[in-house]
Design a protein around this ligand. Structure first.
Ligand code: ACM
Length: 635
């Protein structure tokens, strides 16, 4: 590294911009650390030095100038001056942003050439330039030098595999401010995501101002402030103040939409109906089939999941009643305002996890079924969804919903977001509908990313390696119908933006690469090494991430009725696992795991640490023997 710095300083002294042949100067070869991996990277085995402040040239185009201004302040933090000039080609030491009509550049694609004659970034549309800038920023060192930036001489040709590259943020269970959502957008675009799905409504809060229905936010946006394990909170007393929550005013939404658009991100709004609607019903109880007093849920349990193939049910009715005309009048008002606020072509209507136990008993539902000739409650839900689609279509928008909207018959124009695996998406595509894949088993980033003994508890696990195996395009499905995929961050257990970051990264990088890069380029070993390099970038940017790839993976069994066997492995290569059973904290000098461990009869805890090159790299993991016993099936 020192040698490289020396060469670079020499390069600086000898001119504005120089290319250093590797063979002669013995500069370290460039190590591709880009995420997502571009379609094609051709290196020249040289380095190019760009003096700072970096001068950016653009053709006379407003969007390019705006991007150039953003880039200039990022690259030149030492000056307030924007170093942007009009130009028609790169000159040595400058960066030229150029819109080109080159038909070989696909939508959102770009070409980046870094040579001694200058850096040229060209694309057919501004989005391509934006993505090229994200790549360029990853070519620069993590810590910017005050004197010069040194980047590899190369040509990158790049474009996305899928047009829909999304992240979903649940702002209902926990509320995130406009500033926090903007920050989330800033992080996601670094990895070329182009869609932010905002889950705006749920049982725990209604988060968007609807001017014609003010109680939605006067009442529906507020709940009792509780901390601990969401879903297990004690029921609030009637007089407990409802101080936790918040909502986006319509001005806030416009600001977010504008901010996202400047970063080539569409915002998909979700209004989740007919289930998950307690916040709406608490505001307007006349929307329920079941008369009663309702309150926004504060995180206490009210849905029962009996398992064993039985349908879940609510201990109170959190659904909007499909048998009441006022439900559709309400939704017409909501979607009128939502459609005006969000320019994106789709509106998400939820449709998931509708408990029907109160519908079964409702006289209004029974009479709707009789009148319409419905045989079951799937058909009732489908009736509701089809009417919602008509409303959404009447506002000039297309409707998308979770894959439950297939039950009882899909609405004629609906797109499906497949979450209960891929099968809903496959079926919807078979019926000729558009599909977005976001299956729980690969794309649910609310799940724990390591062992439950160390991660904040959630009911399931999705490791980085598994997220990286996500394949949104199943064999035999018409690729033109699979628009892409997204990762979903539900926030029941996510109280803060710091923790939202922890849950999103690095799994967001895996999903980003799956959605952007060619399938044949996928390589876990290579990717995981790049992820580690990006941890340095996240550290520098002050963004939290999960270090769970360093935590060991447990496989626990029993040898006989009293003996526990623990097999350990790691998700990434090159780590040693060190352990103790004597309650002390292991380090790199403790025994190295090399074969399955037999837990000593009187041990109370297995403590573990992973190391690389004799340095601890993972977190200290404390596994109680009581937990091992449980996992081994020993009473
Ligand atoms: C969902 O996870 N209920 C869509």
């Amino acid at each position: 590294m020192k040698k490289l710095l020396l060469i670079l300083s020499l390069a600086l002294l000898t001119g504005n911009i120089t290319a250093q042949p590797l063979a002669r100067k013995k500069a370290a070869p460039w190590n591709n650390q880009l995420i997502p991996q571009p379609v094609s990277v051709k290196t020249e085995g040289r380095w190019v030095t760009v003096p700072v402040p970096v001068v950016i040239l653009t053709s006379n185009n407003e969007e390019l100038k705006k991007m150039a201004a953003g880039l200039s302040s990022k690259l030149n933090p030492q000056t307030d001056k924007l170093l942007i000039k009009d130009g028609s080609e790169a000159t040595p030491g400058t960066l030229f942003l150029s819109l080109s009509d080159d038909p070989s550049l696909p939508n959102e694609g770009y070409r980046l050439k870094v040579t001694a004659a200058g850096i040229t970034l060209s694309a057919r549309e501004p989005a391509g330039i934006f993505y090229g800038i994200q790549t360029l920023l990853q070519l620069f060192p993590v810590q910017m030098d005050n004197k010069a930036l040194v980047i590899p001489a190369l040509t990158i040709e790049d474009y996305p595999r899928f047009a829909w590259r999304g992240l979903m943020l649940d702002v209902s269970r926990h509320f995130f401010t406009v500033a926090q959502v903007k920050d989330y957008i800033d992080q996601m675009v670094k990895y070329k995501f182009n869609l932010l799905h905002l889950h705006l409504t749920d049982d725990q809060g209604w988060r968007i101002q609807i001017k014609s229905l003010p109680k939605l936010t006067d009442i529906g946006a507020w709940r009792v402030d509780k901390t601990g394990t969401f879903g297990r909170f004690s029921p609030p007393a009637a007089d407990e103040p409802r101080t936790y929550g918040g909502f986006y005013t319509q001005e806030d939404i416009k600001e977010l939409v504008r901010y996202a658009k400047d970063r080539f991100v569409n915002i998909l709004p979700e209004i989740d109906v007919p289930g998950h609607s307690l916040a709406a019903i608490a505001s307007y109880p006349e929307l329920s089939c079941t008369p009663g007093n309702y309150a926004v849920n504060s995180g206490e349990s009210f849905m029962i999941w009996p398992g064993g193939g039985q349908h879940f049910y609510g201990t109170l009715d959190n659904t909007i009643c499909p048998a009441l005309e006022q439900s559709f009048e309400f939704l017409d008002k909501v979607f009128t305002e939502v459609a005006e606020l969000f320019p994106f072509e789709y509106i998400h209507m939820g449709g998931d996890e509708t408990a029907r136990n109160f519908w079964e008993k409702s006289e209004q539902i029974k009479s709707l079924m009789q009148k319409q000739g419905f045989k079951n409650l799937d058909e009732v839900q489908s009736y509701f969804v089809k009417r919602v689609e008509k409303i959404i279509n009447s506002k000039g928008k297309k409707m998308i919903g979770w894959d439950e909207i297939l039950d009882g018959g899909l609405a004629p124009n609906a797109a499906v977001m497949s979450w209960r695996g891929m099968k809903g998406g496959i079926e919807a595509a078979r019926q000729g509908h558009e599909v977005v894949m976001s299956p729980t088993d690969f794309a649910y980033i609310d799940y724990m990313q390591g062992d439950a003994v160390i991660e904040p508890p959630v009911y399931s696990t999705l490791r980085l390696k598994k997220a990286y195996q996500f394949e949104p395009l199943p064999e035999g499905v018409d690729p033109s119908l699979v628009k892409g995929g997204q990762a979903n961050l539900w926030t029941e257990q996510v109280y803060t933006m710091r923790h939202a970051q922890y849950m999103t990264w690095p799994r967001g990088m895996a999903i980003a690469e799956v959605l952007w890069s060619p399938k044949e380029k996928r390589n876990w070993t290579d990717f995981s090494a790049r992820v580690e390099k990006h941890f340095e970038r996240l550290d520098a940017a002050g963004v939290k991430y999960a270090p769970s790839i360093y935590d060991p993976i447990f496989e626990v069994s029993k040898k006989d009725s009293n003996t526990i066997v623990v097999k350990l492995s790691t998700e990434i290569e090159g780590l040693s696992i060190h352990y103790s059973f004597d309650n002390s904290f292991p380090d790199a000098y403790y025994p190295v795991y090399s074969e399955p461990l037999i837990v000593p009869k009187d041990a109370v805890a297995l403590k573990l640490i992973t190391c690389r090159d004799k340095q601890p790299i993972g977190r200290m993991l404390v596994m109680p023997v009581t937990e091992l016993k449980k996992r081994a099936g020993i009473k």
